[in-house]
Write a protein that binds this ligand. Structure first.
Ligand SMILES: [Zn+2]
Length: 390
């Protein structure tokens, strides 16, 4: 479940969007919303779900002036002010620019609870999605909050005026009281003061990287989104994106080289999905990738049975969760997911796979059966990415 932004009808509005998991938006009509922030404080958002006259219920402010959840969360995350309508964004610029993007989603994390009476949702925001006309990006709330805490902790090293404003930001959040429209104003002033103090900072862009650079904070190259299984079941796109980030991070990790070598050799440089053999002998480097099935759990992940050798094309198809191996009766079958039907043309599907359900010949698999993709990894992967077969 998440809070989603709707632009249609000229005025931007937020509504509750839910899918498979239990509660539906209409069950929550009249409910109020409390937000459990990563600082451990539970705040009244002063929002409630207004059934309205017709159609979908909207999130409305109980206070005037109306304070939308998007502006509230953006200001807490030190993001410059979003806007309410679809912006006419310029090409090739970052998504986050003051007044040039909107905050499209606030994802509910696994700590979210629904209490009744009184009818109140306590949600843990775990990611936000920002969008302009060109691009969509997701930011993990917890990871970004930890970065902001590090900025608070080193505030004395900032330019004096920026430091004063950052302390004001911290003080307002520390009260645990409902966030008011004065917080976005503080962020606007931080943006303006930072632009004056730092010629390398483009006014209106995300100020956090510039604040970090000024005090010498290095950001670790790790995924900032929550793992896929902590993201709402219906937010499949975000789950797939998160899985991709974790796999990339794993592929760059310290044990990556050994894993990669072991998987490619076990598969004799053959793609599990199409059988093509690419290099790996006669001085030709291996042309297949070693793909992790899971990259975000506590299992022992760098074992061959959590990997597959895939050509670039099929690595892409697996990473995008449009094509998966399914173990049935001791045989692997290649199956399209519902995402393949939704996102690919018939031509593209035919290019990827001759026939949905194709059985993988045993000679495409490693000699040692212990190295075959393990059922427990595959099943966890289907669950975590909400995979539905076509
Ligand atoms: Zn292939």
């Amino acid at each position: 479940m998440h809070i989603g932004f709707r632009t249609s009808g000229g005025r931007g509005e937020y509504e509750i969007v839910s899918g498979a998991s239990g509660q539906s938006a209409s069950d929550l009509e009249g409910w109020t919303f409390h937000m459990l922030w990563p600082d451990g404080k539970l705040r009244d958002t002063q929002l409630w779900l207004d059934p309205g006259d017709s159609g979908k219920p909207r999130l409305r402010s109980l206070v005037k002036p109306e304070f939308q959840i998007g502006r509230m969360v953006a200001s807490m995350l030190l993001l410059p002010a979003p806007r309410r309508e679809l912006p006419a964004s310029a090409v090739g610029l970052p998504v986050i620019r003051q007044g040039e993007y909107f905050l499209k989603k606030v994802g509910f994390g696994p700590g979210t609870s629904f209490a009744s009476p009184p009818e109140s949702v306590q949600f843990t925001p775990n990611y936000v999605e920002v969008e302009n006309r060109e691009h969509t990006e997701q930011l993990g709330v917890e990871a970004r909050w930890r970065r902001i805490e590090a900025i608070y902790a080193s505030v004395a090293q900032q330019d004096a005026r920026v430091a004063t404003l950052l302390r004001l930001h911290q003080d307002q959040i520390n009260t645990g009281e409902p966030i008011t429209t004065s917080l976005p104003n503080v962020v606007n002033r931080i943006v303006a003061a930072l632009a004056e103090a730092d010629p390398a900072y483009v006014e209106g862009h995300d100020p956090l990287p510039a604040l970090e650079r000024r005090v010498g904070i290095q950001i670790a190259d790790v995924p900032d989104l929550p793992p896929p299984d902590d993201i709402g079941e219906e937010d499949v796109e975000v789950r797939v994106r998160s899985a991709h980030d974790y796999r990339l991070s794993k592929a760059r990790g310290p044990s990556a080289r050994e894993f990669s070598k072991a998987v490619r050799e076990a598969y004799r440089h053959r793609c599990l999905f199409c059988g093509v053999v690419l290099g790996g002998f006669g001085g030709l480097p291996s042309g297949v990738d070693a793909a992790h099935i899971l990259a975000w759990t506590n299992y022992d992940l760098d074992v061959v049975s959590n990997g597959m050798a895939l050509c670039r094309l099929h690595h892409w198809a697996f990473d995008a969760a449009i094509m998966v191996p399914v173990l049935q009766g001791g045989k692997y079958h290649l199956r399209f997911t519902t995402r393949a039907n939704a996102l690919l043309t018939a031509d593209a599907r035919a290019y990827l796979l001759a026939e949905d359900g194709l059985e993988v010949p045993e000679e495409w698999l490693p000699d040692d059966r212990n190295d075959w993709p393990k059922k427990k990894y595959l099943e966890r992967f289907y669950d975590d990415l909400s995979i539905v077969l076509a």
